[in-house]
Unconditional design. Structure first.
Length: 293
């Protein structure tokens, strides 16, 4: 039994393997495995470098840097020439906006914009300073360049909160107590400020007349809008004795110029609750009073 089995096994070991069928192997019969052929040409990195080189492809790195520097210098020179040497970007006109009492010509004359100069070199801060000094009515002004050839002036005028009569003329005063204009005719709907404090009074000696004047204007500026429209006179007797005279013979005891917002809110509520009253006292806004009818 052992003999035949051994012989069969030996025969199997000595048998040479034959060629496999093409169905059982991916290698084609009869030849060695071929290596894949890579397409010739630039690699991705080489193509990227070439793309970055642009017009300077084919030059050495040093040459490319020199050429790039020359191109940048030429471009910068062209920009400088366009801004400063060209006639295209020079100031030729001035636009004015936001005026109410002032005219555009008055603003342009006071601004003294150097027409004909390169627009980029026009000193906008100097223009704003000139306007505020020459025209006190201007509270603020925004000076900007309107490319390619203009300067734009956006003006905000001061609004009178009170007028002070002196020598037959009227001095306009804004809410900060700044006297900014003297006019021949009193503007409509602006209360008149009457200073009744004598020069030798304690209030004038302690605070000064200018301070008392500012307190009266501050009271006027703090009034509710509908009350301000009906205000005829702001009467100042001392620092803490300011009264407001309204149309219809009504009077508001305001006290000092302090706590204006609280007094305005209290006055609005008091007038709604006692609309027929003639005298309203809000000098102590936490304890208001109304009387008369």
């Amino acid at each position: 039994m052992a003999g035949p089995t051994t012989a069969r096994r030996g025969g199997e070991r000595n048998r040479k393997p034959g060629p496999k069928s093409s169905a059982g192997s991916s290698r084609p019969p009869g030849g060695p495995k071929k290596k894949p052929v890579r397409p010739r040409g630039r690699t991705g990195a080489a193509r990227s470098r070439a793309g970055r080189s642009g017009l300077f492809a084919g030059f050495s790195r040093r040459t490319r840097l020199i050429l790039a520097a020359v191109a940048a210098a030429l471009l910068g020179t062209g920009v400088v020439w366009a801004l400063y040497g060209s006639s295209w970007l020079r100031a030729t006109h001035v636009e004015v906006a936001g005026t109410e009492v002032l005219t555009g010509d008055e603003v342009r004359e006071a601004a003294a914009v150097p027409l004909g100069e390169p627009l980029v070199s026009v000193d906008t801060d100097a223009i704003a300073d000139r306007l505020r000094k020459k025209l006190p009515r201007i509270e603020s002004v925004d000076v900007g360049r309107s490319w390619p050839r203009g300067i734009r002036l956006e003006v905000t005028e001061r609004q009178p909160r009170a007028i002070l009569e002196k020598g037959g003329k009227f001095i306009e005063i804004d809410g900060m107590g700044v006297r900014f204009a003297t006019v021949d005719r009193a503007p409509a709907k602006v209360p008149r400020l009457v200073m009744e404090a004598p020069d030798d009074s304690p209030g004038v000696r302690h605070f000064g007349r200018a301070r008392l004047e500012r307190e009266g204007v501050r009271a006027s500026a703090s009034l509710p809008a509908d009350v301000r429209r009906d205000t005829l006179v702001i009467r100042v007797r001392s620092y803490d004795s300011i009264t407001v005279e309204l149309t219809g013979g009504r009077t508001v005891v305001w006290g000092s110029g302090e706590r204006g917002d609280a007094k305005a809110r209290t006055l609005t509520a008091l007038m709604k609750a006692a609309g027929g009253a003639k005298r309203f006292d809000v000098s102590a806004p936490g304890a208001p009073a109304a009387s008369g009818s």
